[in-house]
Design a protein around this ligand. Structure first.
Ligand SMILES: [Zn+2]
Length: 142
C-alpha cells in the first residue's frame, strides 16, 4: 500500500499527482485530502478536493478533525467519510441556505451525482460491500 509522509494509505487509495492522499470513490470521482495545518484548538484542518474526471467540483479546507486527533490511516478514513458526507448533502438534508454558496457547476453536480455518491459516505455501512464493521473509504473487499 502507498505510504505518504509515513502514513499508510487505506486499501485502494493512491498518492495523487498533487501529492495528496487520493480515494478513488467510483469510476469517475476521486476525493483527495491531506492535512493543511491545525486549527487554534488543535484540530487537523483538512484540505480536500473532489473531482469528477479531471474537473474539480469542490476544493476547500473548511473541515477539521476532532480535537487532539493524530494523522493515522484510521483518521484519514474518518476524514474522507466526513468530507464526502458534507459534499453529498442534498436538499432536505440540511437548511436551504447551506447551498447558497454553491456555484452553478456545484449545484448541477449535486443534482446529478450527490445521491449516488452519498452511498459511500454512510457512517454505518460500507457502500462497496455492505459490511457493517467498516466505512467505505476503508473497504478492503473491493
Ligand atoms: Zn466494504
Amino acid at each position: 500500500m502507498p505510504v505518504l509522509d509515513q502514513v499508510v494509505l487505506p486499501p485502494g487509495w493512491e498518492i495523487s499527482p498533487r501529492l495528496l492522499a487520493a480515494w478513488p470513490i467510483d469510476g469517475l470521482h476521486t476525493l483527495e485530502l491531506w492535512p493543511r495545518g491545525r486549527t487554534d484548538d488543535g484540530r487537523i484542518r483538512w484540505y480536500y478536493r473532489l473531482s469528477r474526471g479531471r474537473r474539480t467540483i469542490f476544493a476547500a479546507s473548511d473541515i477539521s478533525s476532532a480535537a487532539g486527533a493524530t494523522l493515522t490511516t484510521g483518521e484519514l478514513i474518518r476524514a474522507a467519510r466526513t468530507v464526502l458526507s458534507y459534499l453529498t448533502l442534498q436538499p432536505g438534508d440540511t437548511d436551504p441556505e447551506y447551498f447558497d454558496g454553491y456555484a452553478g457547476t456545484q449545484l448541477a453536480w449535486r443534482d446529478a451525482h450527490a445521491e449516488d455518491l452519498s452511498l459511500y459516505a454512510l457512517e454505518d455501512v460500507c457502500g462497496y460491500c455492505g459490511g457493517v464493521d467498516h466505512v467505505s473509504p476503508g473497504c478492503t473487499a473491493r
